[in-house]
Design a protein around this ligand. Structure first.
Ligand code: DER
Length: 256
């Protein structure tokens, strides 16, 4: 119960702090924490949200927006040169530079597209997600969205890059075979040694290529995204990280 209370408090605080009445385009992430973000937005009342459109990051996010009676719009319809005013989303782990591991809900590809389309990206997470370095609290590995036919090759390359026991995410009961994302892809979860910040002075910060050496978030991300068959990776960058894309989609705040 403490976790749910923490998620809800974080969500209501994030909406209070970052959803301005004049905003018209709002990204909505995926997972269980963002449920409370939508609850907080809906609680503002119809008049407050009537001029706002809400952009989903997958099937669950779309259902959340519709069920709350909010105006649903799609990132594929965002006019050229326009950005979302703000995007809210959860995370599986947040380090103290606001680098994120995302993808626990297998929605990371659309989540990153929406996040990268927003002027501000607000990460909403409960206390369990906070860790000094990525990979210390979240042990399941970095979620990576891959083309199914390339999965065996990607697993090989991840092993070579030092991942310990990367594996294709299995389906849940009732679904034989691998999880299939909203985009028809598979997810590989790739555990690595805890990732350093670019600023860490430790000697192993060269990127740990090929060994279990500890790499930096940026250096590892650079390698992962280049593996043939990888569609997107569940690493989002914080204050001092790389720009993921043109937008200022680096997380501006994380609430716990
Ligand atoms: O898939 C994701 O990145 C989601 O944001 C998710 O991992 C966060 O999930 P939670 O809010 O249910 O912990």
């Amino acid at each position: 119960q403490l976790v749910e209370t923490s998620k809800r408090l974080a969500a209501f605080q994030a909406v209070k702090d970052y959803l301005r009445p004049e905003y018209t385009r709002v990204g909505i992430g995926s997972g269980s924490t963002v449920v409370y973000v939508v609850e907080a937005i809906a609680a503002l009342g119809h008049d407050a949200t009537a001029n706002m459109s809400f952009y989903p990051t997958g099937a669950q996010s779309e259902e959340l927006i519709e069920a709350a009676g909010l105006n649903l719009q799609y990132i594929s319809k965002l006019p050229a040169g326009k950005q979302l005013d703000v995007a809210f989303d959860g995370a599986d782990e947040v380090d103290d530079d606001l680098n994120l591991i995302k993808g626990g809900g297998a929605c990371l590809w659309q989540e990153k597209i929406v996040a990268a389309s927003a002027k501000q990206f607000v990460c909403v997470a409960d206390f369990r997600k906070l860790a000094p370095r990525l990979g210390t609290a979240w042990k399941k590995g970095i979620p990576i969205e891959v083309l199914p036919m390339a999965a065996p090759r990607v697993l090989d390359e991840l092993q070579r890059l030092g991942s310990q026991n990367p594996r294709i995410r299995p389906g849940l009961p009732g679904k034989a075979g691998a999880i299939v994302t909203d985009n028809g892809m598979w997810i590989i979860d790739a555990p690595f040694a805890p990732l350093l910040h670019a600023k860490d002075s430790e000697s192993s910060a060269e990127g740990g290529s090929g060994s279990n050496g500890r790499g930096t978030v940026d250096a590892l991300a650079d390698r992962l995204i280049k593996i043939p068959g990888v569609a997107e990776i569940g690493l989002f960058f914080g204050k001092n990280g790389l720009e993921v894309a043109s937008g200022a989609q680096k997380p501006v705040a994380a609430y716990f």
